[in-house]
Design a protein around this ligand. Structure first.
Ligand SMILES: Cc1ncc(COP(=O)(O)O)c(C=O)c1O
Length: 420
């Protein structure tokens, strides 16, 4: 069977360093020479490759961006309408204040909002605002937060400091050496490690930056302790909700976990695939955005806020968060069609979920089967037919989506050494 995507990818690698714009979409990470690589169209949970083959996408769900499914009709209609009215004019779009009101309503602790378009840049803005507010430099963090200098600088001090924070082996080439020591990592749920990192930051702590939850649940009292340690040092707590947001509820995971930060950062699911990001925060923290320079032309375009308003309206109407937690695609064969997000809350849903923490390889099950914990699915690739299909899924939740449910129970799952 032909695979036009593979050929196209070979060409792309000659023109595009690394072949793709996102590490996690490199075909060789899934199935070298066989992964479809490019799509011609996508709808709901289905995706068609360049040769017209249909797949049920149980991999990374648009790397966590499409909680309502691909090409959601309500979101797409809202974007089409925005396009019809002009997207990048000399004036501002009224969707901005409407979305700010909605985000502050969803997060009653927050007073103000700024918009951006990508998760990494929104995190960089969140860190800048925290530094501007506190007039301090040091960031104590755990987890992955994007490609920007503030984050990669952690690997200047010791080359492997970011290993264990989702993406190992990140090279800080090009990051000014002067930033060495400004970002200090700790491990989630490790209070002793947190204390060590805080001691290294000393009086210079501007913020503690972390995801409220990812692959594992917070230990009792952990998030509260982190918040208190930040505040005790007149520093801010910044929650990165880029991947965790809009999965447990219509808002940040911290709402479910019961700890409010000073700043929270959203991207990905907020626009159901359309570029959109938001930094929300207390008035006290966010006023500092005026005291520094955080500004970009494309942060004013109209499709992002229009998509976000439509996404959040549908998310809230269908109460998508709890349904993502509860939905049981465990025992259901998913070789069949997975539905688009239905219009009635009584219908079942099957939207890819992700835990980007790591990829697992199932060895004893099938040599070429690969279980991606990101999508709670098992994808079986058949070298004979060069096809890739999802044979069944297991109840291995995107662990952070089901805070009280059993953790990964795949007996035969083995952590792969490959980078996600
Ligand atoms: C927690 C977290 N923060 C930040 C980012 C970076 O977001 P983006 O890829 O939109 O720049 C990611 C991306 O996976 C993420 O998972």
């Amino acid at each position: 069977m032909s695979n036009g995507g593979t050929e196209l990818y070979k060409q792309a690698r000659r023109r595009i360093p690394g072949g793709t714009q996102l590490l996690s979409k490199r075909p060789e990470m899934f199935l070298p020479e066989q992964w479809p690589a490019y799509y011609s169209r996508a709808s709901g949970a289905e995706i068609w490759d360049m040769d017209g083959r249909r797949f049920v996408d149980m991999t990374i769900g648009g790397i966590g961006a499409c909680v309502l499914g691909y090409a959601d009709p309500n979101v797409d209609d809202a974007v089409r309408e925005a396009i019809g009215r002009g997207v990048a004019t000399s004036l501002n779009c009224p969707e901005e204040p409407a979305l700010a009101d909605l985000l502050c309503e969803l997060h009653p602790w927050a007073d103000m909002v700024r918009y951006l378009r990508c998760g990494g840049e929104a995190m960089a803005a969140g860190v800048r605002i925290a530094r501007a507010r506190t007039r301090k430099d040091k960031i104590v963090f755990c987890g992955y937060h994007g490609w920007h200098d503030w984050y990669l600088s952690a690997n200047l001090a010791h080359g492997s400091q970011l290993d264990g924070h989702l993406l190992p082996g990140l090279d800080p080439a090009g990051v000014p050496r002067a930033l060495a020591g400004t970002a200090i990592p700790f491990t989630y749920n490790d209070l002793a490690g947190l204390e060590k990192a805080l001691a290294a930051a000393g009086d210079g702590l501007a913020a503690i930056v972390m995801e409220p939850i990812r692959a594992i649940e917070p230990a009792p009292g952990f998030l509260e302790r982190v918040r208190d340690e930040a505040h005790r040092r007149q520093a801010l707590l910044v929650f990165d909700e880029v991947s965790a947001g809009f999965r447990l509820n219509t808002g940040g995971a911290h709402l479910t976990l019961g700890v409010d930060p000073d700043i929270a950062v959203f991207a990905k699911a907020i626009g159901n695939g359309y570029p959109m990001a938001a930094v929300i925060g207390t008035g006290d923290a966010m006023q500092a955005a005026q005291g520094t320079f955080v500004s970009s032309t494309n942060w004013t375009e109209r499709t992002g806020p229009a998509a976000a308003l439509a996404t959040l309206a549908k998310h809230r109407r269908l109460d998508v968060g709890p349904r993502l937690v509860k939905q049981d695609i465990a025992s259901r064969p998913c070789g069949g069609r997975l539905p688009r997000m239905p219009d009635s809350p009584s219908q079942s849903v099957a939207v890819c979920r992700r835990s980007p923490a790591s990829r697992l390889t199932i060895r004893s099950h099938c040599r070429s089967a690969r279980y991606s914990r990101r999508a709670c699915s098992i994808v079986v690739s058949s070298p004979a037919t060069r096809s890739t299909r999802c044979t069944h899924t297991r109840r291995i939740t995107w662990l952070s989506m089901a805070p009280r449910s059993p953790k990964c129970s795949t007996k035969f799952a083995k952590r792969s050494t490959r980078a996600p």
